[in-house]
Structure formats: structure tokens, C-alpha cells
Design a protein around this ligand. Structure first.
Ligand code: PXG
Length: 287
């Protein structure tokens, strides 16, 4: 990007980063009352654009937030943000929709109009070629509390899990559900490979069903590799032949050690490497 300040879309206008501000009375800030999406564009193609937009509107619907912009105009605004910031090659787009400005009480009826924010910037990626992780003691939200399918502004337990990873000097935290089964990383989905079969937790295991996750399942299936959505225990993970994470930022990222135990031979596995290559090939075309 040029030296110019990043231009941020807020409620109808594009403002320089230093002036792009939200009220302290916005319920997104006060209560994490809102939803978001993280989207990437590669060489001008917004990856899985419709899937991300659909998830944003589904998250909003689930929390009773009526986004005051239709999906077509949301897509146009995102493309405009990319263009205004000269990010014609690669970009990371963060869309945030909050309940809007209210008073200091919880009641969302006090919030007149949702706030819409679109930030298009450079992507921040992991600086390593493979990751080590720990299983976090902080559990993933239960469906009965806050459904993990809602990409809400409440990421505090994911952040607490990430802090556990920081303390353990590893890159990522793996979150378990209330039953102690594997859910996902703090901001990515998890896969293991055992005897040539790919396994990933099912949507019912309290996960966010990632757009990258679904893409990788398609790629593996196309390649004739069997993929099963199945409950995974820590025992299964420790004894897997290979493991990897998927996410908008992570793409396909090998996971080589968990809780101090090497996964397989402790190096990115052959199936993982093949999927990484396949993903790189299609990421500029799968819009
Ligand atoms: N699980 C969780 C909990 C997530 O937040 C994913 C899985 C992967 O989903 P996608 O659709 O991206 O394949 C996410 C992704 C980032 C970032 O910078 C991503 C997320 C949250 C915060 C930052 O990539 N969500």
C-alpha cells in the first residue's frame, strides 16, 4: 500500500483511519453486540464472496440485527473499499455491523440504527510455515449460551484461549467444547488425518463452519481423499498422522505439535502439503 492513510467506510462515508471513529455509546463497543466477517481478496478476486456475505447476514439475523443495507450494496461497498485503498492485488477485508448507538443499558431497543464499518487493509498472516498449539482450558461457547455459528463481536473466550497459547509460547490454542471434544482453533478450523482419511469436527461440535474449511473439504473430495465430519478427541489428535488448521488468514496451515506431543513426524504431512498447494492454485479463481 502507499503512504496514504487507509480509508475506512463508516455509515455511508469513507474516512481516513485516524478519523474513522465509533461512539463510546455504540453497543458493539459497550457489549460486543454485533457481528463481523473477515474476507480476503486475491489478485482482485474476492474469495468466496457470496459465502462470507451470506454468513454475515445469517449471523445478524440470528441476533435480531437488521442490517440497513442489502447484500448487493454490501458487496459493492466492500469492492469500493478495496478500490479506494488501492488494494487491487491482495486485501483483507473486515466487515463489522454493530447494534449501533444506544444508552448505557443493555436494551437494544434504544439503539436507533446499526453501525456498518468496512475496513480494507493488508493481510496479517502467521510468520511461520507450521504451527504448534496447546489445548486451552477455556472452553468454546456452548450452543445454548452463544452459538459459535454466530460470528459475533464477543470473542473474549477465544482471546483467553489465545492468551493461554501465548503463555505456552506456541502459536495457536485449540478449544474444546463442554464435552471435552475438539472444536477448533481460536480463529481457525481444525483437521486431522489418520490412515489416509481426513477428519474434522461436525457443525454440531460447537464450531464456526469456516468458509476455508468447506473449500478444503471440497478440494480433498475432488482429489479422491475421504473426508469425514466426526467427533475428535484429544487422543485422536495426539495420535494423528497429520493435522492442519484452515481459516481466512491461515489458509491451510500445518499443525505439527500439540501439548508438547509431535503430530506424526512433527513435520507438515504429505496430504496437508498437497491440500496447501491445491488451495494456492484455486484461491485466485474461486470467487
Ligand atoms: N473458527 C473461528 C472461531 C473463526 O473465528 C474460523 C474458524 C475460520 O473461518 P473462515 O471462514 O475464515 O475459514 C474463524 C475465522 C482472521 C480472523 O484474521 C478470522 C476469524 C476471526 C478473527 C480473525 O483470519 N475468524
Amino acid at each position: 500500500m502507499t503512504e496514504r492513510e487507509c480509508l475506512v467506510y463508516i455509515n455511508g462515508e469513507f474516512l481516513p483511519k485516524s478519523q474513522a471513529k465509533i461512539s463510546v455509546f455504540d453497543h458493539g463497543f459497550l457489549y460486543g453486540d454485533g457481528v463481523f466477517e473477515g474476507i480476503r481478496s486475491y489478485n482482485g478476486h474476492v474469495f468466496k464472496f457470496d459465502e462470507h456475505i451470506k454468513r454475515l447476514y445469517e449471523s445478524a439475523k440470528s441476533i435480531g440485527l437488521d442490517i440497513p443495507m442489502n447484500q448487493e450494496n454490501m458487496k459493492k461497498t466492500i469492492l469500493e473499499a478495496i478500490e479506494k485503498n488501492d488494494l487491487r492485488k491482495n486485501a483483507y477485508i473486515r466487515v463489522v455491523v454493530t447494534r449501533g448507538i444506544g444508552d448505557l443499558g443493555l436494551d437494544p431497543r434504544k439503539c436507533q440504527k446499526p453501525s456498518i464499518i468496512v475496513i480494507a487493509d493488508q493481510i496479517l498472516i502467521y510468520q511461520t510455515e507450521s504451527l504448534k498449539a496447546i489445548t486451552a482450558s477455556t472452553r468454546r461457547n456452548a450452543v445454548t449460551a452463544l452459538n459459535p455459528m454466530i460470528k459475533s463481536l464477543n470473542y473474549l473466550n477465544n482471546i483467553l484461549a489465545k492468551m493461554e497459547a501465548n503463555r505456552a509460547n506456541v502459536e495457536e490454542a485449540i478449544m474444546l467444547n463442554q464435552q471435552g471434544l475438539i472444536c477448533e482453533g481460536s480463529s481457525d478450523n481444525i483437521f486431522i488425518i489418520k490412515n489416509g482419511v481426513i477428519l474434522t469436527p461436525p457443525p454440531t461440535a460447537d464450531i464456526l463452519v469456516g468458509v476455508t474449511r468447506n473449500t478444503v473439504i471440497d478440494l480433498a473430495t475432488e482429489d479422491g481423499i475421504k473426508v469425514k465430519e466426526e467427533d475428535i478427541t484429544t487422543h485422536d489428535l495426539y495420535n494423528a498422522d497429520e493435522a492442519f488448521f484452515t481459516g481466512t488468514a491461515a489458509e491451510v496451515m500445518p499443525l505439527v505439535e500439540v501439548d508438547g506431543k509431535k503430530i506424526g513426524n512433527g513435520k507438515p504431512g504429505t496430504i496437508t502439503t498437497r491440500l496447501m498447494e491445491k488451495f494456492k492454485k484455486i484461491r485466485e479463481t474461486k470467487t
